[in-house]
Each structure stands twice: as structure tokens, then as C-alpha cells.
Write a protein that binds this ligand. Structure first.
Ligand code: ADP
Ligand code: MG
Ligand code: MG
Length: 243
């Protein structure tokens, strides 16, 4: 079934149409990649879905109902979470403190003991290895990203947007991330994975390719090839010549 649908979404900035009549649908329990070159419009589309930007045209539907997502807080209330390329963390606070402070404005009212219990349950359930009492400044960046992901899970996100999540990860950390994201999908969460890396796209269920703000294709990933995706991304044949 469909978790989220975008119909005819257009978003312009001065001098540039960042998203041009974009159609996109996200199925329940899938990893759906947004793939495209730098500037293709991936972050703009996800920012519209997360309520950072108001589209100039088009609609966003959740469970087939049109919704107005006027702010990130609205998005959170609709069960959407987002992990940005740049983290919003306080290094001098612990993991637990960061999550409590970082989610307060969303209206979650758990005390520290309740928050700790809920987060323990989430970490144990997914096999996320993170010390809630560690100071964020002590953590490698790869682990800091888990604090951001935990914020979204703590707020009961059913749709999770990950913007270039492996940019800060080692290959080993990327594998752990994919394993845990797969567990989220198995529990009915839906993932929008923004990336420009082909190796990551190949691990997804479906991929929507954006080029210059437009959707050029939505494909079942197992039915496509890296060559085809590369060609769609740049709009012409690409030859990987081994010399
Ligand atoms: P991607 O995430 O695929 O790299 P973006 O969505 O960031 O692409 O950008 C799409 C286009 O919109 C680019 O041409 C970019 O320069 C432009 N753009 C993105 N955000 C803004 C903004 N806040 N103001 C003006 N132009 C923007
Ligand atoms: Mg960009
Ligand atoms: Mg981007």
C-alpha cells in the first residue's frame, strides 16, 4: 500500500525550478531511493515533504488523503522523520540529553526516565549499539548520525527520510546502517534514501531518478542496472571504459 504520494509538485527558487511537476510515491515497507546528480532536486523534494518548503504547486498525500505540511513539526505529527546531511546536535550534551532537547518542541512530554526506557527499547529492538550516556563530542561522526536517527524513531516516525546518510560513514558503518534500515522496513516503516551513489541505489527496492528537477524514471531496482541508472542520471550514454 502507499505510504506517501506526491503529485505534480513544483518548487521554484529565484532563477531555478528545483522541482518541476514531480510525481513520486512511497510504498509501505520499501527503501525508495531518490537518485540524481548534485543539483537535481533531491533535497528540495525531501524538504517539501518534511515541511521546510511550501511547494508552489502540487499535492502531498498520506494514506491517499491530501495533507498540508506547513512545517517540520507538522511533518513529525504526520509520522515523518528526517535525518539531514548536517546534524543538529549539542556536543556537550549526552546522547539522551540531545534526544530529549531535540524533540521537546515536537510536544513529546516524557521525563528522562521514560525517555531512557523508550530509547533502550528502540535500540535493543533494532540492535542499535549506542551508549545513551556518552557525550556526543566523544562519538565518531558515524555514531553521531545514530543520535539523529534515534530522534526520529523516538518520535514514532513511520516514514524516514535519510539525506546522503553514508557520506559520513565507513563501508562497515554503511553496512550496519543498511541492515538496521532493512529491519525498520520489515516493521512497516518506509524509507526515502537520498543518494548519488550507485552502489547504494542497487540495495534499494525502487529508485526515482531526478534530472534538472524532473522525474525521468521510477524503476524497480532489481530490474535495472547501474549502466541504465547512470544513463538516466546524466541523460546520455555513459561508458565505463577500463583502460
Ligand atoms: P540535490 O539535493 O539533488 O543536490 P537541491 O534540491 O539541493 O539538489 O537543488 C536543486 C536546485 O535548486 C539547484 O539548482 C540548487 O542550486 C537550487 N536550490 C536549492 N535550494 C535552494 C535555495 N534555498 N535557494 C535557491 N536555490 C536553491
Ligand atoms: Mg545539493
Ligand atoms: Mg542534496
Amino acid at each position: 500500500s502507499t505510504a506517501l504520494r506526491v503529485e505534480g509538485l513544483t518548487k521554484r527558487f529565484a532563477g531555478v525550478t528545483a522541482n518541476d511537476d514531480v510525481d513520486f510515491d512511497l510504498r509501505r515497507g520499501e527503501i525508495h531511493c531518490l537518485f540524481g546528480e548534485n543539483g537535481a532536486g533531491k533535497s528540495t523534494l525531501s524538504s517539501c515533504i518534511f515541511g521546510f518548503y511550501r511547494p508552489d504547486k502540487g499535492e502531498i498525500l498520506l494514506r491517499d488523503q491530501p495533507v498540508q505540511i506547513a512545517s517540520p513539526m507538522d511533518a513529525i505529527r504526520h509520522g515523518i522523520g528526517m535525518v539531514h546531511q548536517h546534524f543538529v546536535l549539542v556536543p556537550e550534551f549526552t546522547v539522551l540529553e540531545n534526544i530529549i532537547v531535540g524533540t521537546q518542541r515536537s510536544g513529546w512530554r516524557l521525563n528522562a526516565a521514560e525517555a531512557r526506557q523508550k530509547l533502550r527499547g528502540i535500540c535493543d529492538g533494532y540492535g542499535i549499539d549506542l551508549d545513551l550516556d556518552a557525550y556526543v563530542w566523544e562519538l565518531p561522526v558515524g555514531r553521531q548520525q545514530w543520535v539523529e536517527i534515534l530522534k526520529a524513531l523516538y518520535l514514532d516516525a513511520q516514514i524516514l527520510i535519510l539525506d546522503e546518510p553514508t557520506a559520513v560513514l565507513t563501508p562497515g558503518e554503511s553496512k550496519v546502517l543498511f541492515d538496521i534500515v532493512r529491519k525498520m522496513c520489515a516493521r512497516g516503516m518506509s524509507i526515502i534514501l537520498i543518494t548519488h551513489k550507485l552502489v547504494e541505489v542497487m540495495q534499494s527496492d525502487r529508485v526515482t531518478v531526478l534530472r534538472k528537477g524532473r522525474v525521468v524514471a521510477t524503476l524497480d531496482t532489481p530490474a535495472t542496472t547501474p549502466d541504465e541508472l547512470a544513463r538516466l542520471m546524466v541523460g546520455r550514454d555513459v561508458s565505463f571504459t577500463v583502460t
